[in-house]
Every structure is written in structure tokens, then in C-alpha cells.
Design a protein around this ligand. Structure first.
Ligand SMILES: Nc1nc2c(c(=O)[nH]1)N[C@H]1C(S)=C(S)[C@@H](COP(=O)(O)OP(=O)(O)OC[C@H]3O[C@@H](n4cnc5c(=O)[nH]c(N)nc54)[C@H](O)[C@@H]3O)O[C@H]1N2
Ligand SMILES: Nc1nc2c(c(=O)[nH]1)N[C@H]1C(S)=C(S)[C@@H](COP(=O)(O)OP(=O)(O)OC[C@H]3O[C@@H](n4cnc5c(=O)[nH]c(N)nc54)[C@H](O)[C@@H]3O)O[C@H]1N2
Ligand code: SF4
Ligand SMILES: [Mo]
Length: 720
């Protein structure tokens, strides 16, 4: 059967081999136009999800104390009745806004969660939007009225990969194959990343900047573009506003100043600016490397400005705004019209993180504040679909305390995660191979077809329909998923059955749409200086706030990154993906390793406060990072541990969180944090025994290892 993979955002075409109706093999679909047969290790692990002995196969209702993991199995009706009763009670006592829905990274049922929230009258949906996609989305929407994607098919002369590891992460439905093909056809590559990634190794220029200083670099590039008159004067004149104010604003960001902040050479900054700005066609692929700091929104805003100044906006080989497909999709399906205005105004964090609030999302820090201090009001129940906040949200200690304040927590997941363990009701979700979905991306629609079932599990869409019916808002949902998919597709005149046969439907790309009618901003122009933001109490122009300085006690700058064979917090329990990768890793420079007397594979403790326990990860010694920079694996937890604390002991978010956050979006400092490190005891040493796997005592002078491809499995680690 032909379908579309959802082990990451990517959406590669997949061919599932069925033997007597049972999936027995999965490969890439060579006929899929976006992935051309590409299939990664995660995709190959898909069938592990179906057969995993760890999958939840029945709803669970808590019987012991919270977090103890004592549950009894229950039927679906009982479990959904219980969830509906609790949410209703909460809404009746404290108002619908006291019910919070949770959702993780973008999945193809996200719009269902928002429709449920809107129908229930709660403005509160919490998730990782503030550190993931939305700083970028909102920066472009506010600056030029739409969200852009790199036009790799339009053969950019230069692609600027900025805090994005596209060839590994395939984020936002853009499969790295598009970039790869462009590189093969001659696109030159500039990479801005504190790490020499596999992609950076292919770059014509790699700017290995200090984590958390990207906003200064972006302002520095704008400075050079303006000072050297490398901008598209006609476009600027006809289609932008605020150029003079921008010109004055970026004057201080000369290459020398920017070099001092970023740790880059002034010449490299000039070369990058020249390569990008002088190219006839150039695009920017900006990633989460820029979205997880207090500069998140302004960094993306400055990049949006750069795109516009250089005339690359909506231009061939540049950054293109796609028209939405005419289906009831991501934009229409949530039905924001169902949420009364006075309820929308109650969104938690809405008065503080005003730009995030425009998207409908609540930042975890603001929810924590509400739960811990009842500010601005009391939140009493929460229902989470596909998120593991104990691992993915910043400041795991605060997350745990906050979740502990809920009267009721329900979690829908495929597995018993540390977050699900804290729940009162756990609902077993089906995997992507067990459900029908419309895969909606900027450039195409595709059909993800159910190829199998796992007894006991249900899709989130089915759960939401069941809950909506019980909560008296069933009229806002179709009676079945298939009916809903038919309704979604009615705009293109197909039923779900017909669309499955079609499989893949490309969108039409149109360049320079602004030539008819301008941009979809208030002024109809690109808002280089943003009056609307100014009216909201923000600066009209994007700025830079320097990251927290390192100290003698905390001499390293820590950042994190996503792994090739995992997806966020997922797949740690699958044999294909976790093969030889059973513990989190931290990349550190040979000199740092020397200072700590550790070698590749040794356990290292990373801390924010030397007096408190930190998190322990395995050293991955490599000169891909600067001597004072470390890159920690994001999203780690131990599925074999029953205790919530033990399961999350190595999660980097045990040591993230703090006062600094992006004023627009609430983005937390997950990248660019000062930390200290010390050698940690081997688990076997800690128990007073010699580790039989490590007969060789640490040499006093550690050998720098060969640079390792990031995230690639390698066998140097004992016990992996
Ligand atoms: N320090 C640090 N923290 C980070 C990041 C970082 O780089 N560094 N990255 C951030 C980013 S970008 C993101 S997006 C977040 C991710 O944060 P989350 O979205 O919370 O993490 P996921 O691992 O995607 O959570 C998914 C959970 O959903 C379950 N699941 C998978 N598919 C389904 C489904 O179809 N239905 C249901 N009900 N459950 C499903 C999985 O088993 C898993 O337990 O983490 C953020 N946190
Ligand atoms: N294989 C895989 N694919 C994924 C995911 C996954 O976990 N695994 N997660 C999915 C999700 S939810 C998302 S949001 C996307 C994320 O996709 P990407 O944004 O590509 O995610 P990362 O690889 O975490 O971060 C990108 C790069 O930022 C660099 N970086 C770290 N700090 C800084 C900094 O301060 N400045 C700059 N310029 N760069 C920095 C890292 O070294 C890394 O190479 O990927 C999605 N796809
Ligand atoms: S890149 Fe993503 S969509 Fe493609 S095969 Fe890998 S996990 Fe699946
Ligand atoms: Mo994300």
C-alpha cells in the first residue's frame, strides 16, 4: 500500500508491504515527487511502532497516588465518560478557560485539538509552539503577511541554512531531498551553526557562531546590505515601509562589533553578506537554532527583513509564500469563530506574550504561572494529545510541580511516558500506520491511509469526536473521521475514498503575487519597521539582547539539537532507532574533555548550579564545536524506568528554564545557556565495582577522537 510516513514532519512517500493483511515491510516510495524514494532510519522503524510490546493497548484509570504508575485497565466508554465528566466539572466550577488542552509538535490532527478547544470555549492550548515553528511563522506573517518556504526547485544561487539542520530534520514538511538536489545542481551553501554538522561540512562557508548571538549577526548582515547598497532599491521603494528608520537602527552593527559578539571573523561576516545579497536568487532556511532564546522572534524578524531587502521575497529561487489549497485545512478547520471574543481575551499569557497569543497558543511558562500561582486565574484540568511535557517543556522541576496542581490530567499517547504516568486517565493512541489522515503541506496534499490496526488503540480524531459528543459540542464535529475527511476535501471536489486513489496532489506555485494588490499586511507593504507591534508596546524594529555571559563557575555555553534517529522525545523504546544509542550524548571539544579528564563515551555531568545535581550524558568528544561550546541531545528519557524522576534524570530540560524569555513569544532559553561540567562517576564505579566493559582506565591525556557525524550511531560508547 502506498502511503505517507509520519515518523517526522517530513512526509516521505512510503510503500508498506502487507502479508495476509499484516504489515511486514516498509520502504521509500520512489514515485513520490517530494521524497523520490528517500527513507530514513526512523521511517524504517515504523513497523516497530505497530509491534512494540510497550504500546498502550487499553485506556487506563489511576488507582494509586499520582505518578505511582498504578492504573487499572478500563473500557473506552468508561475512560471517555470519565474525561468528559472531569472537564465538564472543571468548566462549570471555574469557567471553560480552566480547561487546558495540550498538544506537542505539529501533527496532522492538530486542527482537531483547536476545534475542540474553540467548541468548548477555552482559549488555552499549550504546546511547544513558542520554541518550534511559531517565532518564524509570526515574524514573517507580521513583516510581510505570509509564511515563506525556500524555493529549492527554483534553483537558488545561494541557500543560507541558519540554525537549521534540514538534511537531518526535514522539518515543516520540507524534505531535505529538495535541498540536496539543488546542491547537486550547483546551489552554493552558507551554514550558520555553532556545530560543524554533516550539512555544514558541505557548505561553501560555515559560520560557527557562538550560540544565542544570531540576532546580532542578522542585524550585521542587514547593516552590510544597506551600507553597501546591495539591496533591491526598486523593491524597497515600491513595496516596503520604514527603510530610513531601519538604516539608522542597524548602523551600530558593523562587522567588527558583530564579530566581537558572535565570535566570528569580520571577513567571514562580510563574505556571507556578499554571497547572500549579491546572488541573483537566494533563500534562507531558518530553524529552531534561532527559536529557542529570548531573541527568537526578533532574529526571525531581522531575517524576514533581509529577505525582503534583497528582493528574494516571493521570487524564483528565493523565499516563496504559497497559496493555501482550497480545502478545510489548518486554517479553517479549527473554527476560531466558535470561540467567543471574551473567552479569547482570557488566553493565559495573552497580556504578556502577545504575539504568541495571536496564534492561539499558550507558552508553557505562562501555564506554569497559572497553575502554581493561579495567575491570572485557576486552571483545574488538562487533556494532552501527543506531547511529553515532562521532557519537552523547559524546567522539568517546575513542570512537574505545575502538573501536580491540576485536579485532573488526561494524556493520550502511544506509550507510557513520564507525563502520562502523572495522569488520572491515559488514552492509548494509534500510530500513523493505523489512521486515515490528510497530509497538508504548503506544496502538496497527500493521503495517509490506514494500513493496519492495533487492538485497543484509537486515533486522536476518534477520541475528540467521542469527547465532543459527550461534552455537548458534538454538532461541531462530523459523526466519523471519514465524514470529516470528506468535508475537508469538498473544496477540491473529492471524497476521502477518491482522494486515497489520487494519493498526492501538488499545489500551484505562483511568484511575486504582491504585484497584484501588495502584501497582506496592514499597509500592504513589507513592514521593515512595524507600527502595529509598536502600538502593542514593542519596538518597531527588531533588536538583539546579548545572551547571558559565561562565568568561572559556568564556563561553557550549552545548546541542544535534535537527533537524526529520534523524533523529539520519541522512539527511545524502538529497537531500530535506539540500537547502540541508549543514553543521551553531549558533544564537547577535545580541549574541554582534557580539562575534565574524560574521553569519548565517559559520563559527564552538566549543571547550571554547581551546588545542585545536573544531568548526566555521555561525552561525544569532537572538534565540531568550539572549545567552550557544548551541544546536548534534546528530548531524552529512559523508557525502562518506572519512576518519573529516574526516567527524566538525563533530560536536558531538567536544567533549562529561568527568567529570560522572548518578550513576544515566551520562547525559553534552550539554546545559549552558561553551564558547568564535571566528570560523572560511571554507574558501575558509583556502585563500587569495576566496569567489566571498561577495563582501560582513563588516560590522563585524552585522545581527541575523529569528528563524528552528529547523531549517527557509532559504537565507541560502552553499554550502548
Ligand atoms: N531543551 C530542548 N527542549 C526542547 C527542544 C530542544 O531542541 N531542546 N525542542 C522543542 C521542540 S522544537 C518541540 S516541537 C518540542 C517537542 O515536544 P513534544 O511535542 O511534547 O514532544 P514529542 O516527543 O513530539 O511528544 C510526542 C508524544 O506524543 C506521542 N505521540 C506520537 N504520535 C502521536 C499521536 O498521533 N497521537 C498521540 N496522542 N500521541 C502521539 C509520542 O509517543 C510522544 O510521547 O520539544 C521542545 N523542547
Ligand atoms: N530527525 C529528527 N527530525 C526532526 C526532529 C527530531 O527530533 N529528529 N524534530 C522535529 C521538530 S519538532 C523540529 S522543530 C525540527 C527542528 O529542526 P532543526 O531546526 O533543523 O533542529 P535542530 O537540528 O535541533 O537545530 C538545528 C541546528 O541548530 C543548531 N544550533 C543550536 N544552537 C544554535 C544557535 O544558537 N544558533 C544557530 N544558528 N544554530 C544553533 C544546532 O547545532 C542544529 O544543527 O525538526 C523536526 N524534525
Ligand atoms: S525523513 Fe521523516 S518522513 Fe521521511 S522517512 Fe524519515 S521519518 Fe519518515
Ligand atoms: Mo519542534
Amino acid at each position: 500500500m502506498r502511503t505517507v510516513c509520519r515518523m517526522c514532519h517530513g512526509g516521505c512517500g512510503a510503500l508498506v508491504e502487507l502479508t495476509d493483511g499484516v504489515p511486514t515491510g516498509i520502504t521509500g516510495d520512489p514515485d513520490n515527487p517530494t521524497s523520490e524514494g528517500y527513507f530514513c532510519v526512523k521511517g524504517k522503524a515504523s513497523l516497530d511502532l505497530v509491534s512494540s510490546p510497550d504500546r498502550l493497548r487499553t485506556p487506563l484509570i489511576r488507582t494509586g497516588p499520582r505518578g505511582s504508575g498504578t492504573f487499572r485497565p478500563a473500557g473506552w466508554d468508561e475512560a471517555l465518560d470519565r474525561v468528559a465528566d472531569e472537564l465538564r466539572r472543571s468548566a462549570e466550577r471555574h469557567g471553560p478557560e480552566s480547561v487546558v488542552l495540550g498538544q506537542g509538535t505539529d501533527r496532522n490532527y492538530q486542527e482537531w485539538v483547536f476545534r475542540l478547544a474553540n467548541a468548548l470555549g477555552t482559549p488555552n492550548v499549550v504546546g511547544p509552539a513558542h520554541v518550534c515553528f511559531y517565532p518564524r511563522v509570526m515574524a514573517s506573517i507580521l513583516t510581510y503577511g505570509g509564511f515563506t518556504f525556500c524555493d529549492y526547485a527554483g534553483d537558488p544561487e545561494v541557500a543560507l541554512l541558519w540554525g537549521s539542520n534540514k538534511l537531518n530534520t526535514h522539518s515543516d514538511g520540507v524534505i531535505g531531498v529538495g535541498l540536496l538536489r539543488a546542491l547537486e545542481r550547483g546551489t552554493r551553501l552558507v551554514v550558520v551553526d555553532p556545530r560543524r554538522t554533516r550539512t555544514a561540512r558541505r557548505a561553501d562557508l560555515h559560520l560557527r557562531l557562538r550560540p544565542g548571538t544570531d540576532a546580532a549577526l542578522a542585524l550585521g548582515l542587514v547593516h552590510l546590505v544597506i551600507a553597501n547598497k546591495w539591496y533591491d532599491a526598486e523593491f524597497v521603494d515600491r513595496h516596503t515601509s520604514g527603510f530610513d528608520a531601519l538604516e539608522r537602527h542597524v548602523r551600530p552593527y558593523d562587522p567588527r562589533t558583530v564579530a566581537a559578539v558572535t565570535g566570528l571573523a569580520p571577513d567571514d561576516i562580510e563574505t556571507a553578506a556578499r554571497m547572500y545579497a549579491r546572488a541573483s536568487r537566494a533563500c534562507v532556511e531558518a530553524g529552531t537554532g534561532l527559536s529557542q532564546s529570548d531573541n527568537a522572534f526578533d532574529t526571525h524578524r531581522t531575517i524576514a527583513v533581509l529577505t525582503a531587502l534583497t528582493g528574494n521575497l516571493d521570487a524564483p529561487g528565493g523565499d516563496v509564500i504559497w497559496d493555501p489549497m482550497p480545502i478545510e485545512g489548518r486554517r479553517g478547520f479549527p473554527r476560531t469563530d466558535l470561540l467567543p471574543e471574551e473567552q479569547a481575551a482570557k488566553r493565559i499569557g495573552g497580556a504578556v506574550h502577545k504575539v504568541l497569543s495571536m496564534t492561539g497558543w499558550v507558552a508553557p511558562v505562562d501555564l506554569q504561572e497559572a497553575l502554581l500561582h493561579e495567575r491570572p486565574y485557576r486552571v483545574s484540568s488538562m487533556l494532552v494529545f501527543g506531547s511529553n511535557p515532562m521532557v519537552s517543556h523547559e524546567n522539568a522541576t517546575a513542570t512537574r510541580a505545575a502538573l501536580g496542581r491540576l485536579d485532573f490530567l488526561a494524556v493520550a499517547d502511544m506509550f507510557m511516558t513520564p507525563s502520562a504516568r502523572l495522569a488520572d486517565v491515559v488514552l492509548p493512541a494509534s500510530s500513523w500506520l493505523e489512521r486515515d489522515q490528510i497530509v497538508e503541506f504548503n506544496s502538496y496534499l497527500a493521503a495517509r491511509r490506514r494500513v493496519t490496526t492495533v487492538e485497543g488503540a484509537r486515533s486522536d480524531e476518534e477520541m475528540i469526536i467521542g469527547l465532543a459528543q459527550r461534552l455537548g459540542v458534538g454538532q461541531h464535529f462530523a459523526p466519523s473521521v471519514e465524514d470529516a475527511l470528506d468535508a475537508k476535501l469538498s473544496g477540491i471536489g473529492l471524497t476521502w475514498k477518491q482522494f486515497q486513489e489520487v494519493g498526492h496532489l501538488p499545489n500551484t506555485k505562483r511568484y511575486r503575487k504582491y504585484e497584484q494588490g501588495g502584501f497582506r499586511t496592514r499597509s500592504g507593504r513589507v513592514e521593515l519597521a512595524h507600527r502595529g507591534l509598536e502600538a502593542m508596546g514593542y519596538d518597531a524594529l527588531p533588536g538583539f539582547s546579548p545572551p547571558p555571559a559565561t562565568t568561572d563557575e559556568l564556563p561553557y555555553v550549552m545548546t541542544s539539537a535534535h537527533n537524526l534517529q529520534f523524533f523529539n522525545t520519541e522512539f527511545r523504546q524502538l529497537p531500530t532507532t535506539s540500537h547502540r544509542y541508549r543514553e543521551p550524548r553531549v558533544t564537547l571539544h577535545p580541549r574541554a574533555a582534557g580539562r575534565l579528564s574524560v574521553v569519548d563515551g565517559d559520563p559527564v555531568e552538566i549543571y547550571r548550579n554547581p551546588g545542585r545535581p545536573g544531568v548526566v550524558m555521555r561525552a561525544q568528544v569532537s572538534d565540531t564545536v568550539a572549545p567552550d561550546v557544548i551541544v546536548a541531545d534534546a528530548g531524552w528519557w529512559y523508557p525502562d524506568e518506572d519512576d518519573v524522576d529516574a526516567a527524566t534524570r538525563s533530560s536536558v530540560n531538567r536544567i533549562t528554564g529561568g527568567d529570560r524569555r522572548d518578550p513576544y513569544m515566551g520562547s525559553s532559553m534552550l539554546r545559549g545557556l552558561p553551564v558547568g561540567m564535571r566528570r560523572a562517576a560511571q554507574p558501575a564505579e558509583a556502585a563500587g565495582r569495576a566496569d567489566p566493559q571498561r577495563p582501560d582506565p582513563r588516560p590522563s591525556d585524552p585522545q581527541p577522537s575523529q569528528p563524528q557525524p552528529e547523531g549517527g550511531p557509532h559504537g565507541a560508547h560502552p553499554g550502548h
